[in-house]
Design a protein around this ligand. Structure first.
Ligand code: M6R
Length: 365
């Protein structure tokens, strides 16, 4: 049932505040602002490293997870798309754990990498939406994302719930490994607790502007997304979302890679979507934006209030989100990314929930 939404994708975008709150309450105590013990037997304190493997959007959630585990828990993360992971013959050892991220829990490549790691004797964690799925059943520790059924082929609420779970696990790991003390834990969990309210405000705030902008975007054939830090995987996710439902060619790049190739493509026919909260990378990303502007590129700038105040560049559009703590920004910045892809596809008249050539669950390799 789509309720009063035109598509499941739209419904699922707007459900995010509610399901994220659900997911969070499983992993954190929203009153005491502490991490909950969920009873799994992954000993983060003893791990030498973590291997993460997944496909598509779930892989991009894992990539953001890597930034968090390494930064907050000093836990080295190896991550790859599942179809490459198991053939790389990477050295694995039993003092690593392996995490698999999958909405459906049935993705063939992800399942095959899980079995490969199990064979190698690693402890297996599964971050899944469908709790009765094969990936969930074959794991030693199952971490549900509690997003509820996701019908739209384009993953939206599963992505942000995967992020909420990964953020909670990174804080748990940081605590276990002695890199996050009780005061920091409280502060971080307090920020997470604000996420549902912030996301619901942001969705309503930006909707009209995004809808107008999407009409413009639907006229282009190519779009480039740029970001740094955790906004880099988000740039990849933005490009994936746009291409899969609107069929507009889109690429995501680390902003710093611009001058190593893609800058040759810049002209007025390829809008550049820059995802840049006012974080410690902001100045660097702005200088990449200047390089785009100097070559006649049109910029769609997705930033926060501090970022908008700090940049004087002329843009095709600037989408201004509230300032939020950096651990929240991947989830909050997902909203403009998802809504932009959604409305653009609606203008193009594509089958948003069931895009051509794609299946919700990919059960062949
Ligand atoms: O069910 P899974 O999370 O394992 O699916 C992985 C990918 O097939 C999936 O995320 C795909 O990339 C989405 N259609 C992206 O929106």
């Amino acid at each position: 049932d789509k309720g009063n939404h035109r598509h499941f994708m739209e419904k699922e975008i707007y459900e995010q505040p509610e399901v994220i709150s659900h997911a969070l309450s499983h992993y954190v105590d929203l009153g005491a602002h502490t991490i909950k013990q969920t009873g799994h037997d992954i000993d983060f304190a003893k791990l030498r490293g973590l291997a993460i493997s997944a496909c598509g959007t779930a892989y991009l959630a894992g990539l953001i997870g890597k930034y968090w585990f390494e930064r907050y828990a000093r836990l080295p993360v190896e991550i790859d798309v599942a179809s490459e992971f198991r053939y790389r013959e990477m050295p694995l050892s039993t003092d690593q754990a392996a995490f698999f991220i999958s909405q459906s829990g049935e993705t063939a490549d992800t399942l095959a990498s899980l079995r490969y790691c199990k064979e190698a004797g690693l402890k297996i964690g599964a971050i899944v939406n469908v709790r009765e799925s094969t990936i969930a059943r074959e794991a030693d520790a199952m971490f549900p994302i509690l997003a509820g059924p996701e019908i739209g082929v384009a993953s939206t609420k599963a992505f942000t719930c995967q992020l909420a779970v990964l953020a909670s696990l990174a804080i748990e790991a940081g605590k276990a490994r002695g890199h996050i003390d009780a005061a920091q834990e409280k502060t971080m969990v307090r920020h997470l607790a604000e996420l549902p309210r912030i996301m619901s405000a942001v969705a309503n705030l930006i909707q009209p502007q995004i809808e107008n902008l999407s009409r413009e975007l639907s006229k282009f054939k190519d779009v480039l997304y740029l970001g740094r830090g955790t906004s880099f995987p988000l740039a990849l996710e933005g490009a994936l979302k746009l291409k899969e439902i609107s069929y507009i060619h889109a690429e995501g790049y680390a902003a710093g890679e611009l001058k190593h190739g893609p800058i040759a493509l810049i002209d007025e026919n390829m809008p550049v979507i820059v995802i840049a909260p006012h974080d410690r990378f902001f100045e660097k990303t702005v200088s990449n934006m200047q390089e785009v502007a100097a070559r006649g590129g049109r910029i769609i700038f997705i930033t926060d209030e501090n970022g908008a105040a700090a940049s004087k560049l002329e843009t095709m559009a600037t989408i201004i989100l509230p300032n939020v703590d950096e651990i929240l920004s991947p989830m909050v910045f997902s909203l403009p990314i998802q809504l932009l892809a959604y409305h653009t596809a609606v203008f193009m008249g594509t089958d948003v929930d069931q895009p051509r050539n794609l299946a919700k669950s990919v059960t062949v390799e």
